[in-house]
Design a protein around this ligand. Structure first.
Ligand code: ZN
Length: 404
């Protein structure tokens, strides 16, 4: 195979989040927010081969000229539910008219998902994944969790595996109606035959630990069973009220505790002392009119924070990481640098990925070109389609190759 190198140059601001050079080699994972002005980048064999000031760029086979615009690592959306059928716009409209959100609304999507064919589930998930890619998301996580029978979860996990390698088995999303009188039997099903059917195509196990979903003991049992089947844990925690989810996630060594809307001091201390990322989903608070999590409290305590969409038909049906960045800045008081870092490097940490979320040498050449000179435009120009070009593993994935 002939290797072709591409020089992407005349970059007004190149956000690299590059790992420290002496941090253990090219796959040390993202470092803190870092950017280079008047920069260039060389891509070869799908990887970042060089980055630095444009004036010192080496020659390459091909060239792209960004005209002074900003280039960022592709977004890493570490929390999404794209395998489902139906939609819930009427529930959203009712909520905006004053009806509160409850976890039980998930059941209406479960009914539609069970009715849908494999082809319909794959087509819907593929359409949403393509929508994400056009908006700059080059890595996404996708959960099952609207099937809730052994066969419907198995085919949900298979549909997720068709769009990403970051597949999460979420049989423990809610207790389905047919197990309402015996939730313990449902937990046994999740930990037994359902897990066995889903684990071969999944990387992660997740549980919705919340009043109205699963309690602490159930969540612990589900995560332990998943770990025994080779899956790594992540947890939906403290979304609708205070609860045991966050501390349980840290205790289980979960890669991420997601939502973190209602936190006690002990929850914040546990996150700060552990290795679990706090993944904030500001689109959910926006779409449910819940209060936003106190992100500054987490950042000030030294917790690693990620931002993700939680794209799902009930509590938040956006696939837009730029919207989530704008909300994190405007509503959760992150700086523009913190928000962009959380949507790229933070997501990579939440998926324990060293090859994405940054543009250090050796990283996957997943890049976005913004129609603007600075990463700040993502929050400064909310709602505007700013993603001009997307490359994934060095290949043009959306938009056109920029020329001077
Ligand atoms: Zn979720």
């Amino acid at each position: 195979m002939i290797s072709v190198s591409t020089l992407i140059t005349n970059i007004g601001e190149l956000v690299t989040n590059a790992p420290d050079a002496d941090d253990g080699g090219p796959f040390a994972g993202p470092g803190p927010f870092a950017a280079i002005a008047d920069a260039a980048l060389v891509v070869e064999d799908g990887r970042v081969a060089w980055s630095g000031p444009a004036s010192r760029a080496p020659a390459a086979d091909e060239m792209a000229d960004c005209g002074g615009r900003a280039v960022l690592p592709g977004f890493v959306d570490s929390h999404a539910h794209l395998v489902f059928a139906g939609e819930r716009s009427a529930e959203f409209a009712a909520r905006m008219a004053g009806t509160p959100y409850r976890a039980g609304g998930i059941r209406s999507t479960v009914a539609a998902t069970r009715q849908a064919s494999d082809g319909q589930l794959r087509a819907n998930a593929g359409r949403l994944a393509a929508e994400m890619l056009r908006q700059g998301t080059t890595t996404l996580e996708c959960k099952s969790g609207y099937g809730l029978t052994v066969d419907d979860e198995r085919r949900s996990v298979a549909a997720a595996a068709g769009i990403t390698g970051e597949v999460t088995f979420l049989g423990a999303h809610v207790v389905p109606p047919e197990f309402e009188s015996d939730p313990g039997a449902y937990v046994d099903l999740v930990c037994g035959p359902m897990l066995a059917a889903c684990a071969p195509q999944a990387r992660w196990i997740d549980v919705f630990c919340e009043r109205g979903a699963f309690g602490a003991d159930e969540a612990r049992a589900i995560l332990a069973a998943g770990r025994a089947a080779g899956l790594m844990p992540r947890v939906h925690a403290n979304q609708l009220g205070p609860g045991p989810g966050v501390q349980l996630a840290v205790e289980a060594g979960a890669a991420s505790a997601d939502h973190c809307t209602y936190l006690t001091d002990a929850d914040v201390d546990a996150l700060a002392a552990g290795a679990t990322v706090a993944t904030l989903l500001p689109g959910v608070e926006f779409s449910t009119r819940q209060p936003y999590p106190d992100a500054r409290r987490l950042l000030d305590a030294g917790v690693t924070v990620a931002i993700a969409t939680d794209c799902n038909p009930g509590s938040c049906f956006t696939s837009s990481m730029p919207l989530c960045i704008a909300l994190a800045v405007r509503e959760m008081r992150l700086t523009t640098q913190e928000a962009v870092w959380a949507a790229t490097a933070g997501g990579a940490h939440a998926l324990r990925r060293a090859d994405v979320g940054h543009l250090g040498v050796g990283a996957s050449a997943d890049l976005i070109l913004l129609d603007g000179p600075s990463h700040a435009y993502l929050a400064y120009r909310p709602g505007v389609p700013l993603i001009a070009t997307v490359w994934r593993e060095g290949e043009l994935a959306a938009g056109a190759m920029p020329t001077a």
